[in-house]
Design a binder for this molecule. Structure first.
Ligand code: SIN
Length: 475
């Protein structure tokens, strides 16, 4: 496997020869070493992306589309290999990793179809004096900062529409999971993406790397997925050059269960919303708001389902929850659980870290959690389900919206009209109504409030990587 920097279509050592050691979160073992890039490498990558983008913007949409479709085929042709890489560096169970590759590849297929449908408009000026021609050229060079929780899909959700729209790209993958990013760069090149268009430069020093990229005169946009805390810092920095941004930030999803819900379906959905990809997703159900009439029964059934979760190495047969990404993540989750217990929550299941090696935490269900408990206001990013009981619907909506985050929400009820009405009151960009998963390449992924700016996926996603130009025309 290639472990150098990928710049200008070539594999190169970093400018100062630094390395990043990649650890297996299931064992703590450092199993691979890759080149670490410097600010000079980031600048070189932006130069390369710019040079390649000038030609790519003039490639016919149909030709771009066919290359993207080939990327989908090539990634799916390497699904097993890529999934194994993800399990090794991220730790998620192999079935989830396979699912992630299918999800990641689908962004190429979807955007292959969108590449030929970037629409403009033509209108008469109301005065009748001229026509208003609107079209959507590419932004230019886009910097992408991607997270470790989906080592493949969070790259392709940005990369595929960016390429479809005619942009050049510089990717800074996370130092926890850079191998998948490097392999994807290799595979999309094999699929026909011209050299220089996609550059991958991992680094140990994210702040200096980002400064160099933001100050590069040809960079016009930053697309980031990660925490709200880091997003705010990047947004401030992007303001210096008035860069376009798309920000996919943190979540604090309420999972609402009404007493008329089908409880089997609600528990099944809860397990998906909470536990998919080892409970390390920003869409994860973070607070379970359960109507008093079914609160005890839901807690018992959820605890039973969580008890069946097999925690372990993602490669092992039957494992459905892998390790957390690093020891610090285990400390954070444990701190939130202990804080909730001190604040009066009862532990229905779990509640403790699992002895190493590896970064494991017990699947945990907490009942009787107070709406003001610290755990209800933090993004847990671990296998912990806090249950808050409600009686009054207006108060429940108030609690659900009592957060600066607004990425996802879930509503379970047997009454579809009530479900839609409550969904509309939840301040979140995505709602799962009687569904525990919202992610779909054909749907607009993104948040309200401090969960982000802009949307990824769907038809909207491609326009984020476009400018809007209007030409006042007389003929
Ligand atoms: C995320 O957690 O950032 C993405 C989740 C998803 O796409 O399903």
């Amino acid at each position: 496997m290639k472990t150098q920097l990928f710049i200008g279509g070539e594999w190169r050592d970093g400018a100062d020869g630094g390395v990043i050691e990649v650890a297996d979160p299931a064992t703590g073992e450092h199993f691979e070493e890759i080149a670490a890039g410097t600010p000079a490498d980031a600048r070189a990558a932006c130069d390369a992306a710019h040079d390649a983008q000038l030609a790519w913007a003039n490639v016919a949409p149909r030709a771009r589309s066919e290359i993207l479709r080939r990327c989908w085929e090539v990634l799916m042709g390497h699904q097993t290999e890529l999934a194994h890489l993800i399990v090794r560096e991220h730790g998620k169970p192999l079935a989830d990793a396979n699912g992630e590759i299918a999800y990641a590849a689908e962004f190429f297929r979807w955007n292959a179809e969108e590449a030929v449908r970037i629409r403009g408009t033509l209108a008469h000026a109301p005065s009748g004096a001229n026509r208003i021609v609107v079209h959507h050229p590419p932004v230019g060079v886009v910097v992408m900062i991607t997270p470790w929780n989906f080592p493949a899909a969070m790259i392709t959700r940005k990369l595929a529409p960016a390429l479809a729209a005619g942009n050049g790209v510089v990717i800074k993958p996370p130092k926890e999971t850079p191998l998948t990013a490097l392999r994807i760069a290799d595979l999309v090149t094999e699929a026909g993406v011209p050299g220089g268009l996609v550059n991958v430069v991992p680094t140990q020093d994210s702040a200096s790397w980002f400064d160099a990229a933001v100050d590069h005169p040809h960079v016009r946009m930053v697309s980031f997925t990660g925490s709200t805390e880091v997003g705010r810092v990047l947004l401030r920095r992007c303001a210096d050059r008035v860069l376009k941004t798309v920000m996919e930030l943190g979540g604090n999803a309420p999972f609402i269960v009404f007493d008329d819900a089908d409880l089997d379906a609600a528990v099944e959905g809860a397990m998906v919303a909470k536990m998919r990809h080892s409970a390390e997703t920003c869409t994860a159900a973070n607070r379970f708001l359960v109507q008093a009439g079914v609160a005890d029964e839901f807690a018992q059934r959820l605890a039973a389902a969580m008890r069946d979760v097999k925690v372990g190495n993602g490669f092992d047969e039957g494992v459905t929850c892998g390790p957390l990404i690093n020891p610090g993540a285990v400390d954070d989750v444990d701190g939130l659980v202990q804080g909730a217990v001190e604040a009066g929550a009862s532990v229905e299941l779990g509640g403790r870290r699992i002895d190493g090696p590896g970064n494991f935490y017990e699947p945990t269900v907490l009942a009787g959690v107070g709406a003001d408990s610290p755990i209800a206001h933090a993004e847990i990013f671990g296998p912990v389900a806090p249950i808050i009981t409600f009686d009054d619907v207006d108060r429940m909506v108030e609690i659900a919206n009592d957060t600066e985050m607004g990425l996802t929400g879930y509503v379970y009820t047997g009454d579809l009209a009530k479900g839609l009405a409550v969904s509309e009151r939840i301040q979140a960009g995505m709602i799962g109504l009687n569904r525990g998963a919202v992610s779909d390449p054909a749907a607009p992924f993104g948040g309200m409030k401090q969960s982000g700016l802009g949307r990824e996926g769907s038809t909207e996603g491609i326009y984020e990587f476009c400018e809007t130009q209007y030409i006042a025309t007389a003929w």
